[in-house]
Design a protein around this ligand. Sequence first.
Ligand SMILES: [Zn+2]
Length: 68
Amino acid sequence: MPDTPNRLFEVACKGCGQVLVTVEHLRDPEIAVLEDHLRACCQSEPLPDAPLLAEIMARVPVTAVDRA
Ligand SMILES: [Zn+2]
């Protein structure tokens, strides 16, 4: 059995549609990437200083994709 999952998650920006990260699991480094992008991108809906994970995830639609 392969120990790598065959499913990845594409996390896009709701504001501009850009795919920000493609990952097996969202961890702090990926979440930091999302947060940085949202601060630069979503000026009309700014994040609070210490956003909850839910506040970040509400702005980034996640799509499951099969690994190529
Ligand atoms: Zn964006």
